[in-house]
Design a protein around this ligand. Sequence first.
Ligand code: COA
Length: 260
Amino acid sequence: MTESENVLTQIEAHVATLTINRPEKRNALNDATRCQLVSALEELRQNGDVRVVIVTGAGDKAFVAGADIGEFEARTSVDQFRVMQGPSVYAALDEFPKPVIAAISGFCLGGGLELAMACDIRIAADTAKLGQPEINLGIIPGGGGTQRLPRLAGLGGALKLLYTGELIDAAEALRLRIVDEVVPGGELLKRARALADSIAQKSPIALQLIKEAVRVSVRTSLDEGLRHEIALFGIAFTSGDKREGVQAFREKRPAKFEGR
Ligand code: COA
């Protein structure tokens, strides 16, 4: 386990768990936490042993209760602009080349929901509460909420949450497709870990190519996306993992992928 002040990193059997660790502040994202998250993600990106990442919050009260509101008061708009132009944890997650699972317990609000939405897959505890309450502070989301939420929940579902700031429970978040799975609270990390373990058995190269192809799918036309997919398929086809996968199938044994 490595620890920076507000972010804990634990690596075990190809799976890294990043824990946002300010439970006394409901894991609110202050500047220090955001920077530490960006650095931790960069380390995990470079660590060839890590194949899948789980992002979660310390304690069961919150995943992340949003940006640290305490930092808002004294800040000018220029200060805030500089912060938002700096290293972005949302961009770091979006561009992260390995699968990332958000394990959500308790409050997942504002920047917390934006963080979760920048991950690939969201698993929520049945006790989770999610929302974009920025409207109640007289501001709007600034970490992708107005862009990613409609892509998951559709325009009406997203606008309702964004206009009202209302919090929804995990079952409603599942219905709106904001989360992908809901599990009993006590089983959250176990389930996230089981999913991460199963993904970590696959070819790291193929996983990265799938992520890249799917990222492109929400940013481009179908024709362009299909062409991109063919190019990426060509890369997968030349990999040692492809050789191993096909050979393992012929030998009727599980494949052992090495990311080559
Ligand atoms: N920023 C800074 N501090 C926060 C915070 C945030 N987003 N969310 C919670 N905290 C702090 C509280 O100020 C409190 O600190 P204190 O003990 O020093 O007073 C501590 O975390 C516990 O919060 P509290 O409100 O007492 O806990 P709760 O369980 O009753 O309520 C929330 C939890 C998340 C519902 C409530 O704290 C809240 O509404 N937070 C703001 C959510 C928000 O608007 N997020 C979007 C920001 S853009």
